[in-house]
Design a protein around this ligand. Structure first.
Ligand code: PLP
Length: 420
């Protein structure tokens, strides 16, 4: 592979010092002053705004390309000696602000924002894997990630092994070709947890690249980088942006890994649009407030559902009945905004509830200010065999709920009438 400059890129096993000008510009979240998470969400990456006539709002650099004052400066850029922005696929000031905010929130050196969560996931994985490598992943995953591994990675010569969220049997799967351990915690849609510290230690012991999808937890509730993960990925479409108005993703980690991700983003083209970065920056500022309210609401809704006579089972890690309750208490700072439930009446009863809600919206996605219900078999987990669904823990009648910031009494009243 060659860079745009025509210089040969080093192979994956070698150092990544050949970063493009964009990758050299990745700013360190770790170097931001040590401040609280909410302060970082508001102020990280914003630059000095003190003075007269300085705009308080986060600016948007709505441009595809950037000028140079001379060919001499262009030459410096081509030689990797200039930090100038050249073209938004390589970098843009509005994207850089989001990257600094998210790196600071995750306690990481750097971040790379992408056009979607899937762009972040595929760029992180392809940045770490090559033909002939093997990947171990939890079987309980967002369906898109699972299908990427199932339908694309095989053709690329990358073998995928799946384990349960308890990682049982993982020792037997590791061999000299194993390169990556990929986990999601909590999982979509079953809200099961992986012992994230244990998984990171396992990866370290076997010299694997550890990657975790932190979308459901958000950095407010869990910061895997601090536990030793190499990379964290997010669908920033969800809680980070938080308002159901943008598709976005981000990968987070140290500079070495982020340079690799950035290369993949530049060449595969999964770069974020500045308008999306603007919305993401705006959303991130209220992340902490939203997540705390969502956790409160989700607990109230979970407790209500657990007592309802038509509900067979509620999956919410904040309920003592959840198999990962103790783990959730130990490794998360809150139980999150996501829950799922099975109805005694199976799929027909689940469809009836979803068709009858009036305040909840029947829509895919999650993490926004609006509460949503969805049937995973028709959305995130479509195109999966019965065996794959069982392995993922998804029953045909499972309803997944994303809790928003509305008043919990209204959410409960809506579910009450829909279940009647
Ligand atoms: C946990 C998780 N990861 C990744 C994704 C993919 O994100 P995007 O839709 O932004 O590409 C999703 C989407 O639902 C998700 O739920």
């Amino acid at each position: 592979m060659r860079t745009q400059n025509g210089r040969a890129m080093k192979t994956k096993s070698s150092s990544t010092k050949t970063g493009s000008p964009r990758t050299r510009k990745l700013r360190a979240g770790k170097n931001s002053p040590v401040r609280g998470a909410q302060t970082n969400a508001v102020h990280a990456g914003e630059g000095n705004k003190h003075g007269i006539g300085v705009g308080v709002g986060t600016p948007i650099a709505r441009t595809s390309t950037f000028t140079f004052s001379s060919t001499a400066e262009m030459k410096l850029w081509a030689e990797g000696k200039s930090k100038a922005y050249i073209y938004t696929r390589y970098g843009n000031p509005t994207l850089a602000i989001a990257e600094q905010k998210i790196a600071a929130l995750e306690g990481a050196e750097a971040a790379v924002v992408t056009a979607s969560g899937m762009a972040a996931i595929s760029s992180a994985l392809l940045g770490a894997l090559k033909c002939g490598d093997e990947l171990i992943s939890t079987a309980q995953l967002y369906g898109g990630t699972y299908r990427l591994m199932r339908d694309v990675f095989g053709d690329l010569g990358i073998k995928v092994h799946h384990v349960g969220t308890d990682l049982a049997g993982i020792d037997e799967l590791v061999n000299s070709r194993t390169r990556v351990l990929y986990v999601e915690s909590p999982t979509n849609p079953t809200v099961r947890l992986v012992d994230v510290a244990k998984a990171a230690q396992f990866a370290k012991k076997h010299n694997l690249v550890s990657i975790i999808d932190n979308t459901f937890a958000t950095p407010v509730l869990q910061q895997p980088i601090k536990l030793g993960y190499d990379m964290v990925v997010h669908s920033a479409t969800k809680a980070l942006a938080g308002h159901s108005d943008v598709i976005a993703g981000v990968a987070v980690g140290d500079k070495k890994w982020m340079e690799r991700v950035q290369h993949m983003v530049i060449y595969l083209g999964g770069s974020m649009d500045p308008e999306a970065a603007y919305l993401l920056n705006r959303g991130i500022k209220t992340l902490g407030l939203r997540v705390r309210k969502q956790c409160e609401n989700a607990m109230a809704v979970a407790k209500f559902l657990e007592k309802h006579p038509k509900v067979a089972r509620v999956f919410y890690p904040g309920l003592p009945s959840h198999p990962d309750y103790k783990l959730a208490k130990r490794q998360m700072r809150g139980f999150g905004s996501m829950l799922a439930f099975d109805l005694k009446g199976g799929l027909p009863a689940a469809r009836r509830v979803c068709d009858r809600v009036q305040l909840f919206l029947l829509a895919a996605s999650l993490g926004g200010v609006e509460s949503l219900v969805v049937l995973p078999i028709y959305t995130s987990h479509y195109n999966m065999t019965a065996e794959e669904l069982t392995r993922a823990g998804v029953s045909p009648g499972m309803v997944r709920v994303s809790i928003g910031i509305e008043d919990s009494e209204d959410l409960i009243a809506d579910l009450q009438q829909a279940l009647a």
